[in-house]
Design a protein around this ligand. Structure first.
Ligand code: NOJ
Length: 581
């Protein structure tokens, strides 16, 4: 019988039954909690609604934090909870140093921090420095002030083009669709200048050529560091600085790709002056000790360019979007993992790994397609081809087990531990992602991955809240996936995540080495050795025969025997006397 073995069976010689190995990455002994941390993304409006208004809140997070400690994560990343008109779910901030009333108060934040620390969880928060809300006091002052004023210089105002200035200053497009410029009017109603917004028109971009903007964000950093946060996830970190002269751009609006600009970024992405901003922020964080971190949400490619962001004097981490986009293509996965570890090792930084977040279709849905799935940010609607959720959840379990065996840090998105799929049947009037309105409904947007969490199957609103309807409706499938039901089942998705995280910690896999196990790297399977653990993933229709070894964990707990089914991953403990039968 195959069994889940404890970690004492570790033996040092991995070459005995794993076949030829190609070493890519040595074990990492450098100090820093974040180098191997598992960080759980909490999306506050959908986590837990304690006050019954239909939207999650900070008190709700505090209430359920013990579940996250029990899951075995090291830290929590909170998406924005700051004062905001919520035109882009809080990524439109009107006051960076206060909590939005829908989420609670600064006092609630402090209570949540204290409870996190009591449970041994660190907290990092989102920082949104590229743009604010059009309701921010600084933007309101800019609107009231004339062209050329210091108030306007906090943002990117320009005169229009064309004979009467009625054309935008350049051809840049918003990520959410439509032009990236909006024209304002003078107090007398006469048309005036245009302001730049790479996202929604309610999100004006700051002018990072202005030292006053730098000073304001230094204040914001210190405000939250003083309140005990362990760092910041920096929103669109690659976009703050724009190329001088704002030259025209013909490439995609929604990515930092160098497409169309060989060897260069687009004029709104990856500009060299960004690095001085992050050097300065790093100096500020370091004044608070070595444990505060910066993580870049920077969609730059290729991977060696991304590595520029995580040098010892800049960011600690960057999200690994190439990994997220590699899907289940074994060649792409091997390439991205190898390139990530090589590029980041060259600058002494750990890699990060991620499969889901609040901007993409959840991986339980994405992996339920055999051909082309939905495009990022587009969501799945009732009229679209539907994923096979059973298949998607099985593959998602395999992919998560595969990812969490890799050395480095990993980011989880709330609900992936339950294997939640995206919501599909969202009535149009409830859709809130600005993408939906800005594209006239052509792109559904990201609401489907933001449905509230199902906590307790038998309670009102599945235990998310006990008052008003949740801000987005639950799909019918969510009741059977509720956390309390999964917590009671040793073969659930949740139980698998808990086992993965316990073993990952016990085996120190986050700090481990990585060698490709060549015999298992075929066109449809992938295998690597981390320390003395062999991780195998089979994506073929034919079962894959496993080598001898004690089976620590497999993603389909109902599977047993010497074969891995399609869409399944196993961890094996290697050793000279190991045997599986
Ligand atoms: C990236 C965030 O993850 C996304 O949700 C947001 O809409 C944009 N940045 C704009 O802030």
């Amino acid at each position: 019988m195959l069994s889940l073995m404890s970690v004492e069976t570790v033996t040092p010689d991995t070459s005995l039954n794993a076949g030829p190995l190609t070493l890519i990455h040595e074990a990492d002994n450098a100090p820093g909690w974040w180098r191997s941390a598992v960080i759980y993304q909490v999306y506050p409006r959908s986590f837990r609604d304690l006050n019954g208004d239909g939207v999650g809140d900070l008190a709700g997070i505090t209430e359920e934090l013990p579940h996250l400690a029990d899951l075995g994560v090291d830290a929590v990343w909170l998406s924005p909870f700051y004062r905001s008109p919520q035109r882009d779910a809080g990524y439109d901030v009107s006051d960076y140093c206060d909590v939005d009333p829908i989420f609670g108060t600064l006092g609630d934040f402090d209570v949540m921090m204290a409870e996190s620390h009591r449970l041994g969880l660190r907290v990092i928060v989102d920082l949104v420095p590229n743009h604010c809300s059009d309701q921010h006091a600084a933007f309101q002052a800019a609107l009231a002030a004339p062209a050329g004023s210091p108030e306007r210089d906090m943002f990117i105002f320009r005169d229009g083009t064309g004979p009467d200035g009625s054309e935008p200053p350049n051809n840049w497009q918003s990520h959410f669709g439509g032009p990236a410029w909006t024209r304002v009017a003078r107090p007398d109603g006469q048309p005036d200048q245009w302001y730049l917004h790479l996202f929604d028109s309610s999100q004006p971009d700051f002018n990072w050529d202005n030292p006053a903007v730098h000073a304001e964000f230094e204040r914001v950093l210190r405000f939250w560091l003083d309140r005990g946060v362990s760092g910041f996830r920096v929103d669109v970190a690659h976009a703050l600085v724009k190329a001088p002269g704002l030259p025209a751009w013909g490439g995609r609006a929604d990515g930092g790709s160098s497409e169309g600009f060989p060897g260069h970024e687009a004029p709104m992405f990856g500009q060299p002056a960004l690095h001085d901003i992050y050097r300065n922020w790093r100096r500020i964080l370091d004044q608070y000790g070595p444990d505060r971190i910066l993580c870049a949400e920077a969609n730059v490619d290729p991977l060696p360019r991304l590595a520029n962001w995580v040098r010892p004097d800049q960011m600690h981490q960057a999200f690994n979007f190439p990994y997220l986009h590699a899907g289940l293509d074994v060649y792409r996965l091997r390439g991205v993992i190898t390139d990530s570890l090589e590029a980041l090792d060259a600058v002494g930084a750990p890699s990060t790994w991620v499969l889901s977040n609040h901007d993409v279709v959840r991986h339980a849905s994405r992996f339920g397609y055999n051909g082309q799935g939905p495009r990022d940010g587009d969501g799945i609607g009732p009229a679209d081809p539907q994923p096979d959720i059973a298949l998607g959840r099985r593959r998602a379990a395999a992919a998560s087990l595969f990812m969490l065996g890799l050395p480095g840090a990993a980011y989880l998105y709330q609900g992936e531990e339950l294997g939640l799929p995206d919501g599909v049947d969202i009535p149009e009037h409830l859709r809130q992602d600005p993408t939906f309105a800005r594209t006239g409904g052509e792109r559904l947007g990201r609401d489907g991955c933001r449905i509230p969490l199902p906590w307790r199957a038998a309670e009102t609103h599945l235990g998310f809240g006990h008052g008003r309807d949740p801000w987005l409706p639950f799909p019918s499938s969510f009741a059977a996936l509720a956390r309390d039901l999964q917590a009671a089942s040793p073969s659930s998705h949740l139980a698998l995540y808990r086992d993965i995280l316990r073993l990952r910690r016990g085996l120190n896999l986050g700090r481990g080495s990585l060698s490709w196990a060549e015999d298992w790297c075929t066109g449809s399977s992938l295998g690597y050795v981390n320390g003395t653990t062999l991780v195998l993933m089979n994506l073929n229709h034919d079962p894959l025969e496993m080598p001898a070894g004690h089976v620590l964990l497999r993603s389909d707990p109902s599977g047993a025997g010497r074969f891995l089914a399609s869409g399944e991953t196993a961890w094996l403990q290697l050793g000279p006397d190991a045997a599986a039968d």
